[in-house]
Every structure is written in structure tokens, then in C-alpha cells.
Ligand binder design. Sequence first.
Ligand code: MLT
Length: 253
Amino acid sequence: MTATIEACLSPADYQAQAAGGFRDAVCVVFDILRATSVMVAGLANGAAGFVPAAEIAEALAFHPRHRNALLAGERNGVRITAMASGGVDFDLGNSPREYTRDRVRGRMIITTTTNGTRALRACATAKRVAVASFLNLSATADWLAQHQTERIILVCAGTAEHPALEDILAAGALCELLVSRSARAELRDSAETAVRVYREARTDLFGVISRSQNGRRLMANAELRDDVAFCLQRDVSDLVALLGMDGVVRTSA
Ligand code: MLT
């Protein structure tokens, strides 16, 4: 079976298809700095699941439905405080290094981030939705190869309303793996763009990403700068993270 692979390189691309354009597709969502890396790191450390909420108010509204859940996420890159939420200090920010086994094992985590959770929610009508990062890139490629699908869409979450270079690089890296695993992968120009950008940067991913808009923002914050190197670790987890019909991201069974 020939699989066509395309990419949504900016928020406008995926918002335009959110109303039903993903219905026949498997979406793979990237927000590697940092929402999807956080989900992979948290699940690898035993979190029961992540509930992505588009807004702070929605995260608070989900809370009573998930007993004992942690509230997590960021605005402007930092943990959501009582001041920002109207009264509740969130338990966790959006640094993957916070999601240790001690903090998250067995816990459901309701999270709202600027772009990552919004991108996931936009894909809700897709056939399947995988949550990807460099941390679980090969596992995600293997899963896609096993679940033969005719249309794969790589969804780059971006920053505010703009494309984010690091998400395009990760999408390009996944694309390259998919092409190497199947002679039948057919790249649309959007995916070809991601692959070409990745090939250009691959020998110095840390340098290129730490100079990107999100990279610079994180590198300028002493508490967050180590997140960049953390999120660029390749294939440290073999888990596949999937958004279920119930709106929860869990490891695939
Ligand atoms: C997002 O969802 O936009 C990001 O993950 C932002 C961040 O963590 O700083």
C-alpha cells in the first residue's frame, strides 16, 4: 500500500483541517519544545495518561472528572500560577525534567500548553493520533509502519501562530525514517520540505535548535535551558503515545 505523507508546517495549516480534514488520516503531533516531549517523558516514568486541554479554564473544568489528577502546563513557558488561573497553582510546569517517576507514577495529568495541547485537540477527528518527539521517534516510525495507513499527516504544533523550526526538524527526521522503512512512501511537498530542512541541520541539531525562537527563549532561562538538550535525546524511549477517543494520551497497549 502506498502511504502519502504530508505535513502541517504551521498552526494555520492544522487549524484549517481541524473541522474534518483529518478524518481519513493518521496524525503525528510534534511540539518537541516541549509539550510532546513532556508527554513521552511522563508516560515513560509511569504517568497514567495526559488529558490535553486547550485553555486554562478547560483544564480546571476537567479536573473534577479525573480524581487525583495533577494540573500541569505553561503560559509564556512557565508553570501556571494562581494569578494566571484565577486561583489555582498548577502542580507542574512544562519541563520534561519535572516529570520524574516520583512525581507522576500512576497519576493522570491534565495539561494545557500554548500550542502543543491545541494541536492535539485540532487532530481529534483523525483516525489515530500519535504524540511524537525525538525521545520516541523510532518507536513512532515502527508503529506507523506496522499500522499500514494510506495518509499520514505530520502536525507541527508551532509557536503562537507561527511555524516552529524544531517541530519541522523532528517531522523531517520521522519522514526520513518512514521513507527508509518503506519504498512506497510518497511525500507531498510539505513533507519533502521538512525532510530537506532536517537534512540541512542534522549534523548540528542542538546548535540549530538552540538558536531557534523557542530554543533561544529556553536557553535564556537558567532553569529551563537544560530542557533543550533533554528534548533532543534520540530514541531514549520505545513507547508509542496515542490520543484515545476519550481525549486521553496513553501508551499504546
Ligand atoms: C507549547 O505547547 O507551546 C510549548 O510546549 C511551549 C513551552 O513548553 O514552552
